[in-house]
Ligand binder design. Structure first.
Ligand SMILES: O=C(O)C(=O)C[C@H](O)[C@@H](O)CO
Length: 260
């Protein structure tokens, strides 16, 4: 019995659009609600949300029963964290702040078992192997792991061509917020200079044959990226959706009842 099929990995490899949503509320109960919304993928954010290994596992368990694919973002692309997340059952990782081909290669090694990589062998204990229930996990896991690199500063953008040459990286995600900050436009991801850099990077990624991805709430940028050939596009963030609607509801109630 092989490792579970990673439909997301194969969809983006085939150029199929996968629409996603960022999950920063860091709670399995809320993840279960999001999983019923119809997104193709949901990002469990271990970088900017109050997630830890336990909360990530709980959200993986909830999503396993639903159609939305779980993409996990570690706080940093270190081997020990990647090992834990893969053993916990994550099959798709989005690793932040990738700045060089050497770093990208280290990430490929971290998701690959020896002799071709350095992923530690602990599948006997791992949720990933269904606690040893998947007999062929060790020999089939790598084929179903999707490794996505985030390029989101000027150093990474200058190294993008070499990062795209690294075998084993399935896709590259451009992070507009961090890129804008590093370009001197902090809080202005919509600045013309930033958008031009993002779209130029999208074209390079698609031309390389790898999958291109982004998170943007800007519908025009979403469409521009899709027209270039981007496939994994996150269009919403649960935190902002919830906070915006809560504030709106509060204001409407006060206007309704107090005429304010
Ligand atoms: O730089 C970016 O943009 C991202 O990587 C996404 C952000 O981290 C996310 O928190 C939304 O701002």
């Amino acid at each position: 019995m092989p490792a579970p099929h990673n439909s997301f990995k194969h969809a983006i490899a085939n150029g199929e659009l996968q629409i996603g949503c960022w999950m920063g509320l860091a709670d399995p109960y809320i993840a279960e609600i999001s999983a019923g919304a119809g997104f193709d993928w949901l990002l469990i954010d271990g970088e900017h949300a109050p997630n830890d290994l336990r909360s990530i596992v709980a959200q993986l368990q909830v999503l396993a029963a639903r159609d939305s694919h779980a993409v996990v973002r570690p706080p940093i692309g270190e081997t020990w964290i990647i090992k834990q997340l893969l053993d916990a059952g994550a099959q798709t990782l989005l690793v932040p702040m990738v700045e060089s081909a050497a770093q990208a290669q280290d990430l490929v090694d971290a998701v690959t078992y020896p002799p071709h990589g350095v992923r530690g062998v602990g599948s006997a204990l791992a949720r990933a192997s269904d606690f040893s229930g998947i007999g062929d996990y060790l020999t089939t896991a790598r084929n179903e792991i999707c490794l996505l690199a985030q390029v989101e500063n000027q150093k990474g953008m200058s190294e993008l061509d070499r990062i795209l040459e690294v075998d084993g990286i399935d896709g590259v995600f451009i992070g507009p917020s961090d890129l804008a900050a590093d370009m001197g436009f902090i809080g202005q991801a919509g600045a013309a200079e930033v958008q031009a850099a993002v779209l130029g990077a999208m074209e390079k990624i698609v031309a390389s044959g790898k999958a291109a991805g982004i998170l943007t709430l800007d519908k025009d940028l979403q469409n521009d990226c899709r027209e270039i050939g981007a496939t994994f596009i996150a269009t919403e963030i649960d935190v902002t959706l919830f906070a915006r609607n809560m504030r709106s509801a509060s204001n409407e109630a006060r206007q309704n009842l107090q005429g304010e």
